[in-house]
Design a protein around this ligand. Structure first.
Ligand code: PBG
Length: 341
């Protein structure tokens, strides 16, 4: 048979399985379904409020009633998980971030309302002090400009219990203090919330891609004497990969249920490395700057928005993320319904 083969013809032609969309879909290794997505939402006080966010086209700060309407729309499209971030009245921001421990604060009211109106929703809350801090840092800042680790962790653990009481399905520490996962797990278990999961921001980098998010919440570190202008003493250095494994080992040992890498596309190698080292589910956060880049280029007519968004989310899943937080969750789910269902 070999002897009868025409000369110079390849035996193996990989193009055979690329001939039609039907075949391509059959052999596709990664297909991201909308139920893997978590939609982050910015919540403001008041009613019928919808304030667009300039650098995040298509996303807005919404009052609780409007947030619920958005959740309903998402659930209809197959996106059932939500990560909530409160955009607080500046008058409520203090140096001790005390509003974070108010059981009736904006975030707790939003969690309760969503769980009541949309019982199938999975609600994830952010555990960090920045929305409540007048300094714009994720932890307490002392008079020398040092972000205090253990004192902050005590507050974060209390915050987690308050969120669980309000009905959060998962709490997501995004602060990068050392030892916070263990402290949160202990606090939740002691308060009777053994079933509340911890989605840990395991490898969160000190990234410039968070810019639009900080604008949305007005939560950037403030310019003041003895207040660091960046988060580099607690968030990870972009040059480090092995350190992400150390963070993952600690979070796993401390009781995290899901490990997260953030940002996503500039850190696909980190997602892939963690995938090789843990059996826990891995989440990745396509952050505000990643979203803004694609939206902005598309608005200029330089990129095809939907194709690029789908490709970028698929690449994050292919790298090893089981779960993706993305502001484009509704765009993706709409595309999915049109093209894949
Ligand atoms: C803060 C927090 C940030 C984001 C999520 N939680 C910003 C920061 O660390 O300064 C960024 C998300 C995004 O850019 O979309 N705890």
């Amino acid at each position: 048979m070999e002897a009868n083969r025409p000369p110079n013809r390849p035996l193996r032609r990989l193009r055979r399985l690329r001939r039609s969309e039907t075949i391509r879909a059959m052999v596709r290794e990664t297909s991201l379904t909308p139920d893997k997505l978590i939609l982050p939402q910015f919540v403001v006080d008041g009613e019928h409020r919808c304030e667009s966010i300039e650098a995040m086209p298509g996303r807005s700060r919404l009052s609780i009633d409007e947030t619920i309407a958005e959740c309903r729309k998402a659930i209809d499209l197959g996106v059932r998980s939500f990560a909530l971030f409160p955009a607080l009245d500046p008058a409520l921001k203090t140096s001790d971030a005390r509003e974070a421990l108010n059981e009736d604060n904006l975030l707790c009211r939003a969690v309760q309302a969503i769980k009541e109106s949309c019982p199938s929703a999975c609600v994830v809350t952010d555990i960090a002090l920045d929305p409540y801090s007048d300094k714009g840092h994720d932890g307490l800042v002392d008079e020398h400009g040092v972000i205090l680790n253990d004192e902050t962790v005590d507050i974060l653990a209390k915050m987690a219990v308050i969120h669980a009481k309000a009905g959060a399905d998962m709490v997501a520490p995004s602060d990068m203090m050392d030892g916070r996962v263990a402290a949160i797990r202990n606090a939740l278990d002691s308060a009777g919330f053994a079933d509340t999961a911890i989605l840990s921001y395991t490898a969160k980098y000190a990234s410039a891609f968070y810019g639009p998010f900080r604008d949305a919440l007005d939560s950037a570190p403030v310019e003041a004497p003895n207040v660091p202008g960046d988060k580099k003493t607690y968030q990870m250095d972009p040059g480090n990969a092995r350190e992400a494994i150390l963070e993952a080992m600690l979070d796993e040992a401390e009781g995290a249920d899901i490990l997260m890498v953030k940002p996503a596309m500039p850190y696909l190698d980190i997602i892939a490395r963690l995938r090789d080292r843990t059996e826990l589910p891995i989440a990745a956060y396509q952050v505000s700057g990643e979203y803004a880049m694609i939206k902005a280029a598309a608005r200029n007519g330089w990129l095809d928005e939907s194709e690029c968004m789908v490709e970028s989310l698929t690449s994050i899943a292919r790298a090893g993320a089981d779960i993706i937080l993305t502001y484009a969750a509704l765009d993706y789910a709409t595309w999915w319904q049109k093209n894949r269902c």
